[in-house]
Design a protein around this ligand. Structure first.
Ligand SMILES: [Zn+2]
Length: 169
């Protein structure tokens, strides 16, 4: 099932997402939710999706970069899911790149992000995750983690004149 991605203005995008009770991962409906989040991300050609983007206050996001039309030049990242993440900046030096979001369709803005991060959390089966990421992968993680804090990339854009529609890129 493909969800409808909610747009900026929906209250779920501005709330801190509730932590997931890890005993829920054993339930069929939880695994279906993850499958459906991934199906939605793929349908919308996203490189990530966070539960608040389907209107659900839960600390879950999915990531995948695969022959992506929206970001054609980026290296592939096999699909994975993160539950209850903790994100730490391991190299806070600023990288700026035009960034977009499925909840702000067709818009892009130059968004500063840290160069490298460490992510700790749990996968869709409740197994612990702990890894480092840099570059575009680190950017996706910061973007999705922000969604779980009620933030969107526009909140981080410093050069507001960079904000534009994709057909003007
Ligand atoms: Zn987003």
């Amino acid at each position: 099932m493909v969800y409808q991605v909610v747009r900026l203005g929906h209250p779920a995008l501005r709330q801190k997402a509730a932590p997931v009770n890890l005993s829920a991962v054993k339930e069929k409906k939880f695994q279906k939710l993850i499958d459906d989040m991934i199906a939605t991300m793929r349908d919308y050609q996203g490189v990530g999706i966070a539960a608040p983007q389907i209107g659900l206050s839960a600390a879950i996001f999915c990531v995948e970069v695969k022959a992506n039309r929206r970001y054609p030049d980026m290296p592939g990242i096999p699909v994975y899911t993160v539950i209850n993440p903790k994100l730490t900046l391991t190299d806070a030096s600023e990288v700026r790149m035009m960034e977009g979001c499925l909840s702000l369709p067709d818009l892009r803005g130059e968004t500063p992000r840290a160069r490298a991060v460490r992510l700790e959390g749990f996968d869709r089966f409740g197994q612990p995750l702990d890894f480092n990421a840099k570059g575009f992968h680190a950017r996706i993680l910061q973007h999705e983690y922000d969604h779980l804090q009620g933030r969107v990339y526009l909140d981080r854009v410093k050069n507001r004149k960079s904000i534009c529609y994709t057909d003007h890129l």
